[in-house]
Design a protein around this ligand. Structure first.
Ligand code: SF4
Length: 355
């Protein structure tokens, strides 16, 4: 460990930061939703997908096959905001370390309020101040040895055997004076984990393989930087089990291809967004909103579609009216040059789209 945690008095609401990360949190969010199985029959996985399947295949099915949305929460927005601020901090492409004020400015710009819908303004402020404190400590820790990384949020698509492709992004890849690469992943839990947890991290082992895929060589070390606790825990490559990692990915892909989705009750069930739906907890869900966030999301999407349809109709009416006005002046509203008048008796040829 490179630094000990700073002692702070923390508001009660911040205990939410102790909740486990949700599937899909940071690092493996895709801008679009490609099919789970690609054209070559490979299962498209990520660290979170593999981890979720290994914890509970039923949860995997709800999350990635049925695509039922999870419950957004303050701790997810907090983590997203810190990740975005640190990406900007290291992505400036200048040799000098950005100032503390600049880092806090990146946090201000990147602050994600989406998970705070059910909380008070004071609670959101408590999270924001907590994030500021964490980043001030981070700045004090890294500024003296700051150097530009090789990459930030390095996106990878890593084939594993014939059955899987693992996608994701590595928070940061550093290079040292000897040219050795070092993979760093940020965590926003309040407490740092033990060294053996880091050495056994499936995520870091996947990132090590991804590093080799992206840059042609394995990293010398991988680490989890516990930004809130102010501690970076680093382990050497020789402490990772890369063969076991490839096997875990392949087993997950095979399970998905075989459509094996048995519920597996585990210590994370208390935080599971789908517990009210889960057959393993039948009887315990009476009186609960069984579809919970899925129904809320459905209602939101319906409202959005209704708004879009209204906007579409208004635009169609506006275009129609403007077109009629142009035609009444002898102008062709469809031609590339709308100012070109239609010659008397000239037919307007439809274009390739049939307009
Ligand atoms: S409640 Fe537990 S067993 Fe059920 S889907 Fe969630 S993690 Fe799996």
């Amino acid at each position: 460990m490179t630094e000990t945690a700073a002692a702070t008095t923390e508001p009660d609401v911040l205990r939410l930061l102790d909740e486990p990360e949700a599937p899909g949190a940071y690092g493996d969010l895709e801008p679009s939703s490609p099919p789970l199985i690609d054209d070559e029959g490979r299962v498209r996985l990520s660290f979170s997908r593999v981890d979720t399947y290994r914890n509970c295949p039923t949860k995997f099915r709800y999350s990635y096959i049925d695509r039922l949305p999870g419950q957004p929460g303050p701790h997810l927005s907090f983590g997203t905001s810190i990740h975005a601020a640190l990406e900007a901090f290291y992505d400036r492409k200048l040799p000098d370390c950005p100032s503390e004020e600049e880092l806090l400015g990146y946090l201000y710009d990147a602050w994600d309020s989406s998970g705070f819908a059910g909380t008070s303004r004071e609670e959101q402020l408590a999270f924001y101040r907590h994030a500021q404190d964490a980043l001030r400590r981070f700045h004090r820790r890294v500024a003296p040895t700051y150097r530009l990384p090789v990459d930030t949020e390095a996106w990878f698509e890593l084939p594993v055997g014939d059955l899987a492709i693992v996608v994701g992004s590595i928070d940061r890849v550093d290079v040292d004076e000897d040219g050795e690469l070092h993979v760093i992943d940020y965590k926003t839990n309040r407490k740092a984990k033990q060294r053996r947890y880091v050495a056994g991290s499936l995520q870091l082992a996947i990132y090590a393989l991804a590093c080799e895929h992206l840059y042609g060589r394995l990293p010398a070390s991988v680490s989890l930087d516990f930004v809130v606790a102010g501690v970076e825990v680093r382990v050497g490559l020789d402490e990772l089990d890369l063969d076991a990692t490839r096997a875990a990915v392949t087993e997950t892909a095979q399970g998905v291809l075989d459509a094996r989705y048995e519920p597996t009750p585990n210590r994370l069930c208390d935080w599971c967004d789908y517990r009210a739906l889960c057959p393993a907890w039948e009887g315990g869900a009476e009186g609960e909103d069984l579809l919970g966030p899925a129904v809320t999301e459905l209602a939101r999407l319906r409202r959005q579609v209704e708004r879009d349809v209204r906007a579409l109709r208004e635009l169609e009416a506006g275009v129609e009216a403007a077109g009629a006005a142009l035609r009444s002046r002898g102008l062709d509203p469809v031609a590339p040059d709308a100012a070109r008048p239609v010659a008397d008796g000239q037919a307007v040829e439809p274009d390739a789209a049939g307009r």
